[in-house]
Design a protein around this ligand. Structure first.
Ligand code: MRU
Length: 365
């Protein structure tokens, strides 16, 4: 997507120096900083510290991590150890394990001498596939937004609400929840997006930055505002992303998503989840009991990161010194609260039968 007039992906391979380059999301939206990811420690740091973040993007990043590992040492033992090192960086988004499993299976079937080139080609493929998937999600989501637009007087915006950043920064391009928004805006449908701040990491600021760069009108609101906005008819549709969706359609996404789903349910507001198929964990059914929820550093809740009045990136403390902070990073929205899943193959209900019908190749696993 665009930053000013220039098109960017959220990561790219820099062939001359043979390194991955990322946009360091810890500095956004205040500073645009490109960072080389050149060693295994860099990969671990980039994912764990959320320099790259969002389920699809950490999957793609990990695939490049496997490519680096194969360039260093293409042995079977190193495939195994790189898999474990990268998989341990973040526990909740299943795209990480999905990408690593796919790399591992392909590499174990490749002669040692070809593993470095195969791993790099596979990482490029995974990145390109992510872009294609998200584009399709945008096309299917556009149809839902178009339908709402037909119920409105000409010129009146379709009012959307989103949580966290399931935007192009969280993927290789397009985003998942934002892709329908970009498609709708480009199709000339008037939009207004309520952007949840998404404490503690304030990924809403990333979403505001993205939407602003695309020209989409939006308002950044506190996480607690959503229920009130829905009660007052200010939200036509909620669209969020997901880090792991079970085969019965329970959706695990950024902490606070569940509360938005409850409020949407109580107010008859459609609640859609943009779902790329690599985010489906076909091995589990009950999201509340079976999805591991990342517990992040409590300092992320007791402190806040941003730009100070002198223009420097800084962290300040919000709570009294010594206050204990709790920081579960994700929650699970049960399928009964989800109106529909917007996948790359079309929109379906959040149920085991509907997901199996949409992705029949997975029903035997
Ligand atoms: O902790 P984060 O910022 O990696 O969490 C990201 C989210 O929760 C996104 O909504 C999700 O990964 C979907 S991204 C297309």
């Amino acid at each position: 997507m665009k930053i000013g007039d220039q098109h960017y992906r959220s990561l790219w391979w820099h062939e001359p120096s043979y390194v991955l380059q990322i946009i360091d999301q810890r500095c956004l939206p205040h500073e645009f900083r490109v960072q080389d990811v050149a060693t295994m420690q860099d990969f671990v740091d980039a994912i764990a510290q959320m320099r790259v973040r969002g389920a699809p993007l950490i999957g793609a990043t990990a695939a490049y991590g496997m490519a680096l590992a194969m360039a260093e040492d293409p042995s079977d033992a190193h495939i195994e150890s790189a898999w474990h090192t990268l998989n341990a960086t973040r526990p909740t988004a299943v795209n990480l394990r999905w990408a690593l499993d796919r790399c591992k299976a392909a590499l174990l079937n490749t002669p040692t001498a070809d593993r470095a080139s195969t791993a790099l080609a596979l990482a490029h493929d995974l990145a390109d596939e992510d872009v294609a998937i998200n584009k399709k999600i945008g096309e299917h989501g556009l149809a839902l937004i178009e339908e709402i637009a037909t119920t409105k007087p000409p010129g009146e915006p379709v009012k959307l609400l989103t949580h966290c950043n399931a935007g192009w920064l969280a993927t290789v391009d397009w985003g998942t929840a934002t892709s329908p928004m970009y498609h709708a805006y480009d199709a000339g449908i008037p939009l207004h997006v309520w952007v949840d701040e998404t404490r503690p990491r304030n990924q809403g600021a990333l979403t505001s930055w993205e939407l602003g760069n695309h020209g989409i009108p939006h308002t950044y609101v506190t996480d607690n505002a959503g229920g009130h906005l829905m009660q007052h008819g200010q939200v036509d549709m909620v669209i969020v992303g997901t880090d792991r969706t079970t085969r019965q359609g329970d959706v695990c996404n950024k902490i606070g998503t569940y509360l938005k789903a409850l409020a949407a349910h109580d107010n008859n507001v459609p609640f859609y989840v943009a779902l790329p198929s690599p985010t489906i964990d076909w091995t589990i059914s009950d999201g509340v009991r079976q999805i591991p929820i990342e517990e992040r550093d409590s300092k992320e809740t007791t402190h806040i990161h941003g730009i100070d009045t002198s223009g420097s990136l800084n962290t300040v403390q919000v709570t009294p010194a010594g206050t204990r902070g709790g920081n579960p990073a994700f929650d699970v929205t049960p399928q009964r609260l989800v109106t529909g899943l917007i996948t790359e193959r079309g929109v379906c209900e959040a149920s085991e039968a509907a997901l199996a019908a949409m992705f029949p190749e997975h029903t035997s696993t």
